[in-house]
Design a protein around this ligand. Structure first.
Ligand SMILES: Cc1cc2nc3c(=O)[nH]c(=O)nc-3n(C[C@H](O)[C@H](O)[C@H](O)COP(=O)(O)OP(=O)(O)OC[C@H]3O[C@@H](n4cnc5c(N)ncnc54)[C@H](O)[C@@H]3O)c2cc1C
Length: 270
């Protein structure tokens, strides 16, 4: 049997962020833009976490449709728009004040691009499985990857694992609620003429009276008119997906990574 060895990295990082999801990539970017040497550890092969699954992004506007959230999230939206990965903010009348439908492949690409620009060290396929402590002080983390284990040392740590993995491994008290959110994004469809679908839904509400979206929400013409954008939000992630027969905006990845560094070839579709 092969003996397990742990490869110890030389660098003492100012900040080590565990988890490259919604919270993690923003925490890493914030620290790096303040001049810190940052390491981001992610167990999966991409960054973005749940944000990279194709969920539309909500919460930028208040009930009066005034934009109240900007910052890195707004920067992401602007950069996505620039490469055809989103049409930007769409104002809504029900449930959410606005939404931003996004192309998940481009979300992942843009996040990596922003972090590279900031000089952040990113290590993918690396799951934090142990911590190294000195008394009550956290000194480092141990990751498991295909080639073996690695030890990274840091001065500050951010637990952005989504479920407090770092805190748990370090022995901090953690709790798990009995009430967990049920899955809500079940599937994502492309190549749909969303404008025609929306017009159809609003014009023929009777065909959908048996839809039961949420307890207390019966499908009426009024309900469909107000919620049709929200209901169809995961069908469109850019103007390129909205026309039947058109290729998805993933073809644009060739423009972001012209030398073919992206995972999708130029001209490929999702
Ligand atoms: C179906 C669904 C719909 C949602 N809809 C909305 C919505 O409309 N609006 C909204 O605001 N929120 C929504 N949410 C909630 C939102 O997605 C989450 O609150 C948010 O993504 C949490 O971000 P996070 O960075 O904390 O966790 P995550 O996005 O889960 O990221 C955690 C990251 O840490 C990595 N990781 C975990 N453990 C380790 C480890 N040991 N080592 C290394 N890496 C590790 C994971 O691989 C992941 O990439 C929804 C969630 C779901 C599931």
């Amino acid at each position: 049997m092969k003996r397990e060895t742990i490869e110890v990295a030389e660098t003492m990082y100012d900040v080590i962020v565990v988890g490259g999801g919604t919270a993690g990539w923003v925490a890493a970017l914030s620290a790096a833009r303040q001049g810190k040497e940052v390491l981001l550890l992610e167990r999966k092969g991409y960054l973005g976490g749940v944000l990279g699954s194709g969920l539309a992004i909500y919460g930028f506007h208040d009930v009066n449709h005034k934009q109240v959230v900007k910052g890195y999230a707004h920067e992401l939206v602007e950069r996505l728009q620039a490469v055809g990965g989103s049409d930007g903010y769409e104002l809504l009348e029900l449930w959410h004040a606005s939404m931003v439908a996004v192309n998940p492949a481009l979300v992942k690409a843009i996040i990596i691009e922003m972090l590279h620009e900031a000089g952040i060290s990113i290590v993918l396929y690396s799951q934090v499985v142990h911590v190294v402590t000195e008394g009550t002080r956290l000194e480092g983390v141990v990751v498991q990857r295909k080639s073996g284990r690695g030890h990274y040392k840091g001065k500050r740590f951010v637990d952005a694992s989504g479920d407090a993995v770092l805190a748990y491994l370090a022995g901090a008290p953690t709790v798990q609620s009995d009430e967990l959110q049920p899955p809500s994004l079940v599937l994502r469809i492309e190549n749909v003429d969303v404008h025609e679908l929306r017009e159809h839904l609003v014009a023929h509400p009777d065909a959908y009276v048996n839809w039961r979206m949420l307890p207390g929400h019966n499908v009426t013409a009024e309900f469909l008119r107000h919620s049709v954008k929200f209901l169809t939000s995961s069908l469109c992630s850019s103007r390129h997906c909205r026309k039947p027969g058109s290729s998805s905006s993933c073809t644009r990845l060739g423009k972001v990574y012209p030398s073919g560094e992206g995972s999708l070839r130029r001209g490929s579709t999702m």
